[in-house]
Ligand binder design. Structure first.
Ligand code: BGC
Length: 369
């Protein structure tokens, strides 16, 4: 199913044709300019209020999204309310409730805890709002119209593959000593990231190519509460002190850049050689680290693309049209399979960084000699 999605997205124009032929995208008409409010039913005013509930600033992508949503929604003629919930789940619940009270026609939600928003989102839907899960799925509720994200499972697959490739490239012949890090257990993305990576790594653990010296291989053992660097660093410090002694650590599966840099810091402080460390998000500090030959890989999920797609979906809903969907089977939230539009993540190493970031004004200069 993942393969189908990837193939369709990757196939560009051909994929688009295929999609309109075989997916649930109906109507066939391409979205033209934002017209006035829809007469076809289901639409809403062209200057509607749109709420965007973002989580905590646990990585740069969220900070980028804030400005992109404010600018993009205003330019499209809407009245945006874009908020972070830095103090946690209760704050996010209150924000969503307030957005509903302010008459938001769509609520875009990047959940802190995907399982804790059911009643607020149900109230939003009851008031006539549409709900779009953004980047992170919301769970255990049918009060979600669709999901827009990069393919999270594929992110994990790419991370697993990069770890193996980096080990072969930098550490000679195996077996290799590795450790595993996963994201925050309340974030619905953390499991698909980990499962995608383990689909590649588990067979290599089973055949002895990879040795997880700490013995910690379950999601619960390796998860990082709140995606906090200090939590990952502490766990790595404990593992290095308790399980490694003079043994070298060859590689670390890290689900994102923030935690990857925490692992690199921990290993450096333990006086060990730089391991092969994966990441995600293409954060500035990590791209610098990759170019300096330290962190091995990251993932590029262009936030501009994700926000633009979300705004496109909002415009379709505003006109009373069906949103654009390219996956109807991957994201079961416990109550229903949430129709999704999945974008394709890209793996980045020192070798292809200049090419991947060539259209990114912030990252491209970091890849020039
Ligand atoms: C996002 C990642 C990000 C992480 C921590 C995840 O839900 O998909 O891109 O690194 O949250 O902020």
């Amino acid at each position: 199913m993942k393969k189908l999605t990837a193939a369709l997205v990757a196939a560009g124009a051909a994929g688009a044709l295929l999609l309109s032929g075989c997916s649930s995208e109906r109507g066939g008409s391409s979205t033209e300019e934002t017209a006035g409010s829809s007469e076809s039913g289901g639409g809403f005013a062209a200057d509607a209020t749109i709420g965007v509930a973002l989580p905590q600033k646990t990585s740069e992508n969220w900070v980028l999204a804030e400005q992109l949503f404010k600018d993009g929604l205003s330019e499209a003629g809407y009245n945006p309310i874009v908020q972070f919930a830095n103090s946690g789940v209760t704050e996010q619940q209150n924000q969503i409730q307030a957005m509903t009270e302010q008459g938001a026609s769509v609520i875009v939600v990047g959940a802190i805890d995907g399982s804790q928003l059911g009643s607020q989102l149900e109230a939003a839907v009851d008031s006539g709002a549409h709900v779009i899960a953004y980047d992170r799925l919301v769970k255990n509720t049918d009060a979600v119209d669709m999901y827009v994200a990069f393919d999270n499972y594929q992110v994990g697959v790419l991370q697993g593959q990069a770890l193996l490739e980096g080990l072969a490239e930098r550490k000679g012949e195996g077996p290799y000593n590795i450790e595993l890090i996963a994201g925050s257990p309340d974030d619905a993305n953390s499991t698909p990231f980990f499962e995608g990576a383990m689909s590649v790594l588990q067979p290599k653990i089973d055949d002895g190519t990879l040795v997880v010296v700490s013995g910690q291989t379950s999601f619960e053992q390796v998860a990082t509460q709140g995606w906090k660097a200090e939590n990952a660093q502490k766990r790595m410090d404990t593992i290095l002190a308790g399980s490694y002694g003079s043994t070298e650590l060859d590689g670390v599966l890290s689900p994102n850049d923030t935690l990857g840099r925490a692992a690199l810091t921990s290993v450096a402080q333990a006086g060990k050689e730089t391991p092969v460390v994966t990441g995600q998000d293409s954060e500035v500090e990590s791209v610098k680290s990759i170019m300096a030959g330290e962190q091995y890989s990251t993932i590029y999920k262009d936030t501009r693309e994700l926000v633009a797609q979300t705004i496109k979906e909002i415009q379709a809903l505003q006109k009373g049209e069906d949103p654009e969907i390219n996956d109807t089977e991957s994201y079961d939230n416990g109550v229903k399979v949430v129709p999704s539009f999945l974008l394709t993540p890209v793996i980045v190493t020192k070798e292809n960084a200049a090419d991947v970031y060539k259209d990114d004004d912030t990252l491209a200069p970091l890849t020039q000699g």
